[in-house]
Design a protein around this ligand. Structure first.
Ligand code: ADP
Length: 426
């Protein structure tokens, strides 16, 4: 078994986002959570995405974890390596994009890579090396206030130059407009000048296609998930990848359905409301302060979910609440404690209910999803078709049974997501 593409993603939902786009591009894809100790089933798999937590940790840790993932992916025979980070280039002057890219290049014995964060469909574009979110420059997009990786400079050549001792260059839109051959020549010229990192403009999918064609032979490419959707067509052109009829095909799902929500993002709140309108008695609201008191509240939630599941009725357990309620809980318990109480309660519900026959599980919230997946002891997910942009169904084996999982981070998904997701699951 050899795979075509091995990807290293700096966070969990970013990994899923890339995996989803690879499937849409025509690759059969598995996402693993960290480097697995035992090899997951990888028959009929064209791409493997390793999800790390390396976006905001110290650079040395990010480098070590990424190199470990690289070695493992090379062991699977990956022809090309993709280092995936956020389309808003989330990083600081200390890293981790520059240090990780440098370390991967060195280990691969390669002298140049490209940086392609753009995801035009989601409004992330790069022009003259400047990153835009919609019609705002990155440093005016809200990202300048990010608590961990505030982005106060939209000039990516300048941003990356602060993260690496090596040369940083640009392939501009004007070059891309002349086609893939000219783009490749430009990369060669920059390489001869000793430029190791090349920020690439891209304002639409056509630019991403051109870039995919110009970079398919590079040992390492880096960027957002937009480039991920453009690369599979190039692999087919090279004869590395067959035409796969249904790359996102999953086994028929089985078991009861359950929705758990720990996300308080606006889109999720609307999805919770929509579910409760359809099923006025189908929801159980978790209260962090009641969770903090004793186990009574959690036991009630479990009994509620069990009873609904037994009668085959849709069930949602949610801590999702409007900003005032969240602030009130945080003021009494502390931000971290409130978060952990909710994440633990939802994770333990997932474990108890999956052990009792839930086979179709939808989780809302990025952190919440991470906590649930880790409590369930899941290490590998086969990626299926997307339900809504960026959110696919996935499948895994747990204790010998098939488990279908949809993991939705905050603002993803249409208003009827909690209902429609189960309708599109085979
Ligand atoms: P999103 O993807 O929408 O950001 P996350 O799951 O990543 O969602 O983050 C939401 C955080 O808020 C989690 O840590 C969760 O435990 C916490 N949380 C959820 N509901 C409440 C609540 N009612 N009060 C306080 N914190 C909450």
């Amino acid at each position: 078994m050899t795979i075509v593409l091995g990807a290293i993603a700096d966070d969990f939902t970013g990994a899923t986002d890339l995996a989803n786009n690879l499937v849409r591009g025509g690759m059969r894809c598995v996402q693993v959570i960290g480097v697995p100790e035992t090899l997951p089933p990888l028959d009929d798999v064209d791409a493997v995405v390793v999800a790390l937590k390396s976006r905001s940790c110290p650079a040395s840790e990010a480098v070590n974890d990424s190199l470990k993932a690289l070695d493992w992916l090379q062991g699977l025979g990956a022809r090309q390596i993709f280092f995936k980070y956020c389309s808003t280039f989330d990083s600081t002057d200390k890293g981790n994009i520059g240090p990780v890219a440098d370390a991967l290049l060195e280990r691969l014995n390669a002298t140049q890579t490209v940086m392609v964060p753009a995801f035009p469909i989601n409004g992330r574009t790069v022009y003259q090396g400047h990153l835009f979110v919609g019609d705002r420059l990155l440093n005016d997009s809200g990202m300048q206030h990010h608590p961990l990786t505030p982005m106060t400079d939209a000039d990516l050549v300048r941003v990356l130059a602060r993260q690496t001792p090596h040369g940083v260059g640009l392939v501009s839109r004007a070059v891309l407009a002349k086609g893939a051959d000219v783009a490749r020549q430009r990369l060669d010229t920059l390489r001869e000048e000793g430029v190791r990192h090349v920020i690439c403009d891209s304002v639409d999918d056509e630019d991403l296609k051109t870039l995919a064609s110009a970079t398919v032979e590079l040992a390492l490419v880096t960027g957002g998930s937009g480039l991920g959707q453009a690369l599979p067509a190039q692999y087919r052109e090279k004869g590395w990848l067959e035409v796969i009829r249904e790359p996102g095909r999953l086994a028929p799902a089985c078991g009861s359905a359950l929705v758990l929500s720990g996300s308080c993002s606006r889109a999720t709140l609307a999805q919770v409301d929509d579910f409760l309108t359809r099923h006025p008695t189908g929801g159980f609201a978790l209260d962090p302060q009641a969770l903090a008191r004793d186990e009574t509240h959690w036991n009630e939630a479990l009994a509620f979910a069990r009873a609904r599941i037994e009668y085959g009725e849709p069930v949602l357990v949610y801590a999702s609440a409007d900003p005032e309620k969240v602030k009130a809980a945080q003021a009494r318990l502390g931000v971290e404690k409130a978060g952990h109480l909710v994440e633990d309660a939802l994770s333990q519900l997932a474990v108890a209910l999956v052990d009792q026959g839930v086979g179709r599980l939808l989780v809302a919230g990025g952190e919440t999803s991470g906590a649930v997946v880790s409590a369930l002891g899941i290490t590998a997910l086969r990626i299926g078709e997307q339900i809504d942009p960026g959110v696919p169904w996935t499948q895994t084996q747990r204790k010998g049974a098939l488990l279908s999982l949809a993991l939705k981070s905050g603002n993803f998904g249409g208003v009827d997501f909690f209902t429609r997701a189960f309708e599109v699951l085979p």
